[in-house]
Design a protein around this ligand. Structure first.
Ligand code: SF4
Length: 203
């Protein structure tokens, strides 16, 4: 990407992030502490999309920093990925649903344009959907994560890998192995399409 194009993208992305942080388009603005607009490298080739912020994310305004986030960091590290360099992490909704309930269809609909704009500006090579809400919210409301995970699919010219949400791995450790197989496919695709020299000690 040329320098000017790069700078223009950064400006647009920062403006979008600021807009999201002030948003009051759905009821979740009334109960949130902080908006969690997303974090990581906006020039990354991998975008991870989860469901919505939890308690710790809401407190700090940073995506995936609770127990699920710590597990995600371990998985990313095993893949040789860091948040600072390789990924941008976002969610279907940017404000915490009270008591960690599922976001309602109205809340998802209000927030989805932000995610679509983030995807367009980041323009990742690979999108990883973490869990059923991300899969249903972005791609197909009828899709089932148990059926779709681990299989590449194309969505608007983006390569998409659905896999389990880290919180599901914490609740049910038997899902860790299949999830790891999914991430190994991501590493292989990253080497194929982005960086043939990408290093990971584990795969
Ligand atoms: S969840 Fe999304 S649409 Fe709703 S207030 Fe937060 S940023 Fe706005």
């Amino acid at each position: 990407m040329g320098y000017l194009k790069h700078a223009k993208m950064n400006t647009s992305f920062n403006l979008l992030q600021e807009e999201i942080k002030k948003c009051t388009k759905c009821e979740l603005c009334k109960t949130r502490t902080n908006v969690v607009a997303g974090s990581g490298n906006p020039q990354a080739k991998i975008m991870l999309i989860g469901e919505g912020p939890g308690y710790y994310e809401d407190q700090k305004g940073v995506a995936f920093i609770g127990k699920s986030g710590q597990l995600l960091d371990k998985i990313l590290a095993a893949c040789g990925f860091t948040r600072e360099e390789h990924v941008f992490i976002s969610n279907i909704v940017k404000c915490r649903p009270p008591e960690n309930r599922d976001p309602t269809p109205a809340e998802r609909e209000a927030c989805l344009p932000y995610l679509l704009q983030q995807i367009e500006l980041i323009h990742p090579t690979i999108i990883i959907l973490l869990g059923a809400t991300a899969l249903k919210g972005l791609i197909d409301p009828r899709a089932r994560i148990t059926k779709e995970r681990g299989e590449w699919r194309t969505w608007h010219h983006y390569l998409v890998m659905p896999t389990y949400h880290p919180s599901a791995l914490l609740r049910n450790p038997s899902l860790k192995r299949p999830a790891w197989e999914d991430f190994k496919k991501v590493v292989a695709k990253y080497r194929e399409l982005v960086d043939p020299n990408h290093f990971s000690a584990h795969c």
